[in-house]
Design a protein around this ligand. Structure first.
Ligand SMILES: Nc1nc2c(c(=O)[nH]1)N[C@H]1C(S)=C(S)[C@@H](COP(=O)(O)O)O[C@H]1N2
Ligand SMILES: [Mo]
Length: 409
């Protein structure tokens, strides 16, 4: 991780590059024929508050967030490089300094002491674990409630790219809690981020935080300081973030600052008013707070791609399930009448995704909706539609992926 000043000057260099590009284009103007309307260079997309570059061929900007285009995974391996990893920010990325950083563990379920601090160095000197896990937003796929099911939902209109897989290295939350003196009375812990307070509908909801049961906290949660062998990038939680394998993305708090350890159940807006299922068919106060993600599959082909007729195309994509390793992926090129088993290119494992492929030799021109569906080893299979919830969480339905088969050009 570059020191703050270096990062700032990188940012300045990027700005200069933009300015440079503009003046080069301006310099060309006199040479253009008089009739041509000068086209200014397309501005680089900007999501307020995201530090890393967001090239338009990789990301779709959605408010303060950036979704990875699924076709941008095609030439990546099993792991998602940090520069292609989606960003979900409630506010904006803080540029923290690891030397000033402290993790404070506090609350009513610590033996004797009121709070215990860990420096970055102390956290890094604890035994480390490394594990591959996807981080997937609870709202990934949300837009399909509307486009496929005709239902209104609130929240960011993600397609399927609010997910990425990385190799995370860090300390076990369990070890940190034990070192802090957690008592047997603990029932919940609540990690909280150091990013700005989140304002929603004019109300200040405070800093992003969400409780976690003690059972999960002591199981497989890690406090990660590395992503794919490098220090965490600013946008993904530098210097330390929580990684909660198999749970919805909001559990994996970035820019971790403190953890409350409580002998009573904890609440925050992120487990009461958000991240429950609301609406018809759900209790008035919503379902239980969401924990585990669902299962999905996706094509690594641009939506609306033109594929030549009478040629063999290699359809590729990815599939994943939070409940169990992927068992099968099936693809239909005729609207669901026939399904073909795709070849799995990775050994299916929990918390990861698998790359899959299937050859396809279309013999007729025209529009086609490709379908993919996955089944996991626990027997879960993607349904034709997902029961509605007003905030559009946990979409798991089969997604129709339109392409066009065209005559040879
Ligand atoms: N402090 C903090 N942590 C956070 C968030 C946030 O806005 N602030 N967003 C959460 C949500 S909703 C998701 S889906 C994941 C996204 O992680 P990423 O941006 O590294 O992809 O981070 C989670 N952790
Ligand atoms: Mo999320």
């Amino acid at each position: 991780m570059p020191p703050l000043s270096a990062a700032l000057s990188t940012h300045r260099r990027d700005l200069l590059k933009l300015i440079g590009a503009t003046s080069v284009a301006t310099g060309l103007l006199p040479a253009l024929p008089a009739r041509a309307t000068p086209q200014p260079p397309a501005p680089a997309p900007i999501a307020p508050g995201i530090v890393k570059p967001l090239p338009p061929e990789v990301f779709t900007i959605r408010g303060t967030n950036a979704e990875t285009r699924f076709e941008a995974f095609r030439d990546t391996g099993h792991l998602t490089p940090a520069d292609r990893f989606f960003v979900r920010n409630h506010t904006s990325t803080p540029r923290l300094n690891e030397n000033d950083w402290r993790l404070t563990v506090w609350g009513g379920a610590l033996n004797g002491r009121r709070s215990v601090d860990f420096s970055y160095g102390q956290l890094r000197s604890l035994p480390s674990v490394t594990r591959t896990a996807v981080v997937e937003c609870a709202g990934n796929g949300r837009s399909f409630f509307t486009t496929q099911q005709g239902e209104a939902v609130s929240g960011t209109s993600w397609t399927l790219g609010a997910i990425g897989a990385a190799r995370w290295r860090g300390a076990r939350l369990r070890d940190v809690l034990h070192r802090a003196g957690i008592s047997s009375a603990a029932v919940d812990v609540m990690p909280r981020g150091l990013d700005d307070d989140f304002i929603s509908g004019g109300l200040n909801l405070g800093r992003v935080r969400r409780p976690l049961s003690i059972a999960k906290a002591l199981d497989d949660v890690i406090l990660a300081y590395e992503m794919n062998g490098e220090p965490l990038p600013y946008d993904h939680g530098f210097p330390v973030r929580v990684i909660v394998p198999s749970w919805i993305g909001i559990a994996s708090i970035k820019w971790l600052g403190d953890i409350e350890v409580s002998d009573r159940p904890l609440e925050s807006p992120w487990n009461t008013q958000f991240y429950r299922l609301f609406g018809a068919g759900h209790p008035p106060a919503g379902s239980q707070p969401l924990t585990r993600q669902t299962l999905k599959s996706a094509f690594e082909i641009p939506v609306g791609a033109a594929l030549e007729v009478d040629r063999t195309h290699r359809l590729t994509g990815r599939a994943w399930s939070a409940a169990a390793p992927v068992h099968t992926v099936e693809v239909s090129t005729d609207g669901g009448a026939h399904w073909h088993r795709a070849h799995l290119r990775d050994a299916p494992r929990r918390h990861g995704w698998v790359r899959w492929s299937l050859p396809w030799h279309p013999r007729r021109t025209g529009p086609v909706e490709l379908l993919a569906r996955t089944t996991d080893r626990a027997g879960n299979r993607q349904p034709d539609r997902t029961p509605h919830n007003t905030q559009g969480y946990l979409f798991d339905g089969i997604v129709r992926h339109p392409v066009t088969v065209v005559a040879p050009g």
